[in-house]
Write a new protein. Structure first.
Length: 266
């Protein structure tokens, strides 16, 4: 079993830029992967690939089983037939230059919001097909407890505003690296009403979507270096990786059609 490939008649090949994060109120950071069109010439790409299932993979698998309500003791017969998917790579090249033959008014942009148990790569086949058609997709990995598995690199307390109430519980602590799995309503502290949890999650997602649009606006405005410097994930990367990402995103400046963004998802 393998992931769907990019259609042979796609106008563009596809690249991704992952780990674009930015501090926002209540959620500390926003995590997204940008799927975007690149030129057919890939000589400037470094050849890196992106896993479909985030590492550590056993944790991601365990969270997916939890979302499905399947006991881990019954997991083996279910996992084995689909085991080949576990190691799948996305059919994209990471950090390739954005396509040079853009429309006169820029590439259309969209923010993708995943469903319950999803991540920023779960719907990669769909996002890739859209990017191959010339659309820049910012796929958000929600931190509202709906993601199968996500890793949050919290900023220090002095760098961001602390959330409160359900927002505080959903987003977790600060000044640390936190692994969060899918959250069932009965696991929320204080046992609030299910609809209260859902309302908090919807508001949480709304703010994440707006933050993703702000990230795209900053990239289009030529603020790539500032964005990379403030990224709580890239701060743990080597300097050359941060420099490469800043250079890559700087080339997006003025190429995005930000006046008419779309919201898509599951």
């Amino acid at each position: 079993m393998s992931l769907p490939r990019l259609p042979s008649d796609a106008r563009y090949k596809v690249s991704t830029d992952g780990g674009a994060t930015k501090q926002i109120l209540t959620t500390d950071t926003i995590l997204l992967t940008i799927y975007y069109p690149t030129s057919n010439s890939q000589e400037k790409a470094d050849g890196r690939t992106l896993d479909w299932l985030e590492a550590p993979k056993l944790r991601s698998i365990g969270s997916l089983l939890k979302h499905a309500g399947i006991s881990k003791y019954l997991a083996l017969p279910i996992i084995l037939p689909a085991y080949s998917v576990v190691g799948q790579k996305l059919p994209v090249v990471v950090d390739a230059p954005i396509a040079f033959d853009l429309p006169s008014d820029g590439f259309p942009v969209a923010v993708f919001s995943h469903g319950m148990g999803g991540t920023r790569t779960t719907y990669s086949a769909y996002c890739t097909s859209l990017a191959g058609a010339g659309i820049v997709i910012a796929a958000v990995e929600h931190r509202d407890g709906s993601s199968a598995s996500t890793t949050i690199h919290h900023p220090s307390e002095k760098d961001g505003k602390s959330p409160s109430g359900l927002f505080r519980w959903l987003s977790g602590g600060s000044n640390s690296v936190e692994n969060k799995l899918y959250v069932r309503p009965d696991e929320v502290d204080g046992k609030p009403e299910p609809m209260d949890i859902r309302r908090a999650q919807v508001e949480f997602r709304r703010r994440e979507v707006l933050a993703a649009l702000e990230v795209l606006n900053d990239i289009n405005a030529g603020k790539a270096s500032t964005l990379v410097d403030s990224c709580t994930r890239s701060q743990r990367d080597e300097g050359k990786i941060r420099e490469r990402r800043a250079e890559l995103l700087t080339d997006f400046s003025g190429k995005l059609k930000m006046q008419d963004p779309w919201l898509i998802g599951h």
